[in-house]
Design a protein around this ligand. Structure first.
Ligand code: 5RP
Length: 223
């Protein structure tokens, strides 16, 4: 199966976690796009979704699925999202689509995080994928130096030759060369650096379930 077919498979498999009558939390990315397309078949059974990006909101609305503001929903039973990397404990690197801040917010208001991913995303240790970090632009140079002290190499993410601007009006640093041996401690530490909006390690908001697309079908991992 191609990677695209594996994404379709897990996107469809995630429907089993959507409870009729409940609002669902929706992530961002090409795997989630498959889930959103599949969710259209259940749109008459759910009130709608809380979305983690302008891109997912547009896709949901185009399919006739109402989108609620996160502030108007107290708690979600489930949040469904992809990942750039996931380890055997359910810790993830996320933010390849620049939506990490809203993703972490919606994940935090959800009882269960269901990660949908193809098997290429499963890793022994986090850190091979460049770590996305959303930052306040005026802190970018100092944060770059802080990551360099940890052995990281930092690239400001660009789009059309200009710094990429997130849905929140901020910038993204992509950091390579980090050893993230203890994701929980790493996330806690970096979160305290002034100017960090969100670090793309999801350890405090780790997955509770991963639907992993493999050549022999969907494997369900629980953490
Ligand atoms: C977006 C994300 C995505 O979940 C992550 O980048 C995986 O994307 P894809 O499903 O396209 O591989 O964190 O910010």
């Amino acid at each position: 199966m191609t990677q695209d077919e594996l994404k379709t498979l897990v996107g469809q498999a995630a429907l089993q976690y959507v409870t009729p009558g409940h609002i669902v939390g929706v992530g961002t990315g090409s795997t989630v796009n498959k889930f959103i397309d599949a969710l259209a078949s259940m749109k008459d059974q759910i009130p709608g979704a809380v979305s983690s990006s302008e891109a997912s909101t547009a896709r949901l609305k185009a399919l006739g699925i109402p989108v609620f503001a996160a502030n108007d929903v107290a708690e979600l039973s489930v949040y469904i999202d992809g990942a750039d990397e996931i380890d055997a404990q359910g810790h993830m690197i996320k933010g390849g689509g620049a939506a990490l801040t809203r993703e972490k917010i919606v994940a935090a208001q959800s009882r269960q995080f269901v990660c949908i991913a193809d098997e290429s995303k499963m890793v022994k240790a986090l850190g091979a994928f460049p770590l996305p970090v959303e930052v306040i632009p005026m802190a970018a140079a100092r944060l770059t130096r802080q990551f360099e002290v940890l052995g990281g190499r930092v690239h400001l993410r660009t789009k059309d030759g200009l710094p990429l601007v997130t849905d929140n009006g901020q910038h993204i640093l992509d950091v390579t060369g980090l050893q993230i041996a203890d994701p929980l401690a790493f996330e806690s530490e970096v979160n305290q650096w002034p100017g960090i909006v969100t670090v793309g390690v999801f350890a405090h908001q780790k997955a509770s379930v991963c639907l992993l697309g493999t050549s022999s079908g969907v494997k369900t991992l629980t953490f």
